[in-house]
Design a protein around this ligand. Structure first.
Ligand code: IMP
Ligand code: MG
Length: 229
């Protein structure tokens, strides 16, 4: 059985034949089969990777007494909760949780290759007193959300932070502006790189469905894509 480090940046896509430990892919309940294509990352893989990230974070932040997690709601709530507990288990620093909410206008699950519209901070994190800050995000797609968080923090005088994303989407055809935006983000911690598909589960939603699932699935885009005018 491979150790947690072997799961770094590994994608578990059944149709590619990549290795997934036997029995870890759970059947999709019949009531959800019209909306879900397949399991992308089984629960066991997620938990192992979370432990790997916690270990890495604990090492990077060795000697710090208390570190702030700034969770970009809502998607990473489950990931952040598991990660915080795993950091504790690995003897890492104490964690203080803060939450921020960002809205991106004009979100669509269609891929048009453009940088999406404007972002707005809907929930302020409040005063973050800790010297060390880790931004916790669920998915980096075009990078607009994390860029907005970074800009917001800079406006409040905070220029350094680490970035942690559970999923890093490998965009199929990003335009130059998107490529640049993503490059500028420089993620410090990435759980998995995933293909350019719409995913849900483990806190992440598709039209508010599936946040409760303990694993990550690829959803049927034809179900969630808004009908064309
Ligand atoms: P970005 O701003 O383009 O990087 O998009 C990141 C945000 O969009 C994430 O915080 C998610 O909330 C959302 N998002 C991106 N891709 C997906 C997906 O496949 N499923 C669900 N939400 C997604
Ligand atoms: Mg989000």
């Amino acid at each position: 059985m491979p150790g947690s480090s072997d799961y770094r940046k590994t994608v578990f896509v059944p149709e590619t034949g990549l290795p997934v430990p036997p029995g870890e892919i759970e059947p999709i309940p019949a009531s959800m089969q019209d909306r879900i294509e397949h399991v992308l990352i089984p629960a066991g893989c997620l938990q192992r990777r979370v432990r790997g990230l916690a270990e890495q974070m604990g090492e990077d932040l060795r000697g710090r007494k208390r570190v702030a997690f700034l969770v970009v709601l809502k998607g990473p709530f489950m990931f952040a909760a598991d990660l915080g507990r795993a950091v504790y288990r690995f003897g890492g620093p104490e964690i203080a949780f803060y939450f921020i909410r960002v809205s991106t206008y004009g979100r669509s699950i269609e891929r048009d290759g453009r940088v999406r519209g404007k972002t707005k901070i809907l929930l302020q994190p409040g005063e973050i007193r800790e010297e060390d800050l880790v931004i916790i995000e669920d998915i980096v797609d075009q990078g607009s959300t994390l860029s907005a968080v970074r800009r917001h923090l800079a406006e409040t005088g905070r220029t350094s932070a680490r970035f942690c994303a559970l999923l890093d989407k490998r965009l199929e055809a990003p335009c130059e502006a998107v490529r640049k935006q993503r490059e500028e983000l420089r993620l410090d911690y990435v759980g998995f790189e995933i293909p350019d598909r719409w995913v849900a589960g483990y806190g992440i939603d598709a039209g508010e469905d599936f946040r409760f699932l303990p694993f990550i699935v690829v959803v049927r885009e034809d179900y969630y894509r808004p009908a064309s005018p």
